[in-house]
Design a protein around this ligand. Structure first.
Ligand SMILES: Cc1cc2nc3c(=O)[nH]c(=O)nc-3n(C[C@H](O)[C@H](O)[C@H](O)COP(=O)(O)OP(=O)(O)OC[C@H]3O[C@@H](n4cnc5c(N)ncnc54)[C@H](O)[C@@H]3O)c2cc1C
Length: 430
């Protein structure tokens, strides 16, 4: 079960003062990025929205954006973010042993290690539990073979949240395990996939006889589906709240900034593969700058965006409360669904404000083509973290109690699925 401790929470009333005072006392542009992130991570500011017992500051989800603005005002390099913070840390904190928590979570908070999510496969996206990457035990380690795809930011990652099949003799959901998988090893081939934006945010990964230690199996053997529900809930809740998906400086050695003077690193532009989701304050400033703030069309869309954004924050808060009671799945999905509307609406609005020049997608275009790129990327928001249709299915089944989709393969051992499909639908077993 996914629960986030709620007892060690604080009121947001002191947040501004808390972060501003801390930054005044601790910001030092002459540190290295690594030393700065050590300070930030150990003080709980990498995850201000996490409970204090999890190494956060116990504030609400809204605190992520407030803290981010305070760092910007101070001219300080923001805390590390990324998929490690969004998903791996809370999953390991929920399901890991004390040793696993010590081993992995500090590296995420201090930005020394970057993570990616190795869930989707060429034949398994929405039907994730049908995945076929295999893990076979060999003494105190596991040998991994298979292929993953659409793995965001994998090229810069040190670890992957790997789902692999550890028992093919049981039905599909029952034979999966969740591993903290080291990527820098022979047998792991990461190939970038270039998207419509011209960047390669995601990658395909070929895994051939690679290894992972049994000590890095998170949440128990063949319990990976339950652990995955937590990971997906944290992902959807995070995306829904918009917070941790915002552009962040790259963590890990491959990010290339750990040894820089942090004062210099703070002036670098956000990486191209960072968020393409436009923030509300950015769009309001843009409307003022381009003289469109009195335009009824622009004002109408801005008002809608404010509505959606506030609802996203409240839904995230409600999800946490429901999770503390042992539920919450449908709420995280509502937030994720809403965020795909926000991404599309904010990109459209940015382009509306700029007019035709928004389509100039080159360094000389407005804001270096950022709005054209945001518009192109916005369609992905209905796909990543689970498609809109899948979110609606989950909301229908788990929150509204509607009948589940019929599954003629229910209960079939994974190893016998091909024969069963052939028997049901005709043709040769694939
Ligand atoms: C920008 C981006 C980043 C991503 N990053 C990652 C990542 O880091 N790690 C990772 O593991 N994956 C990642 N993904 C993959 C993403 O999770 C999958 O693309 C997604 O789950 C859909 O799977 P699929 O592409 O195989 O589509 P399919 O599952 O084949 O779906 C095709 C279509 O059928 C619909 N459909 C499928 N099943 C149902 C159903 N039961 N009911 C109704 N409609 C259905 C879908 O909604 C969709 O429209 C990323 C994707 C994108 C676009």
């Amino acid at each position: 079960m996914t629960t986030v401790p709620t007892e060690d929470r604080r009121d947001d009333a002191d947040l501004e003062v808390d972060i501003t005072t801390w930054l005044k006392e601790h910001w030092d542009p002459d540190l290295t990025v690594s030393q700065w992130w050590q300070r930030v991570g150990e003080s709980g500011w990498t995850a201000p929205h996490f409970p204090i017992s999890w190494g956060g500051r116990g504030y609400s989800r809204r605190s992520v954006a407030v803290v981010r603005s305070a760092f910007n005002r101070q001219g300080a390099l923001p805390a590390p973010g990324g998929l490690g913070l969004l998903m791996a840390a809370p999953t390991i904190l929920t399901h890991g042993t004390p040793e696993q928590i010590d081993h992995f979570v500090a590296g995420i908070y201090t930005g020394s290690q970057a993570w990616c999510q190795l869930f989707s496969e060429p034949g398994s996206g929405s039907d994730l539990a049908s995945l076929s990457t295999r893990a076979e035990r060999d003494g105190d380690k596991w040998i991994i073979n298979g292929q993953k795809v659409w793995s965001s930011m994998a090229a810069g990652a040190d670890y992957g949240m790997l789902l692999a099949r550890t028992d093919p003799t049981v039905p599909k959901h029952a034979g999966i395990s969740w591993f903290a998988f080291p990527l820098d090893q022979p047998g792991v081939d990461i190939r970038p996939l270039v998207e419509i934006t011209g960047h390669a945010l995601f990658n395909e990964i070929f895994i051939d006889e690679a290894e992972v230690s049994d000590a890095d199996l998170i949440g128990g053997l063949n319990n990976g589906w339950s652990v995955t529900q937590s990971t997906l809930m944290f992902e959807r809740m995070g995306i829904g709240a918009g917070g941790t998906m915002s552009a962040f400086p790259p963590a890990g050695v491959k990010g290339g900034i750990l040894d820089l003077r942090v004062g210099d690193a703070a002036t670098l532009k956000a990486p191209a593969s960072g968020s393409k989701v436009l923030s509300l304050p950015e769009l309001i400033d843009l409307a003022h700058e381009y003289g469109r703030s009195e335009d009824p069309h622009v004002r109408h869309k801005l008002a809608r965006l404010v509505e959606f954004t506030r609802m996203g924050e409240w839904t995230a808060r409600r999800t946490e409360i429901e999770m503390a009671r042992g539920g919450g799945a449908g709420f995280a999905n509502l937030g994720k669904l809403a965020q795909s509307r926000i991404s599309k609406l904010s990109a459209e609005l940015g382009c509306d404000i700029l007019g035709l020049s928004s389509t100039l997608w080159d360094p000389d275009g407005p804001v270096s083509g950022r709005y054209a790129e945001a518009l192109l990327f916005a369609c992905a928001s209905s796909i990543y973290g689970g498609t809109d249709e899948v979110q609606k299915n989950v909301i229908g089944e788990r929150a509204l109690g509607l009948p589940r989709e019929p599954d003629p393969l229910k209960g079939t051992p994974f190893a016998e699925r091909s024969q069963r499909i052939a028997a049901l639908f005709g043709g040769d077993a694939p």
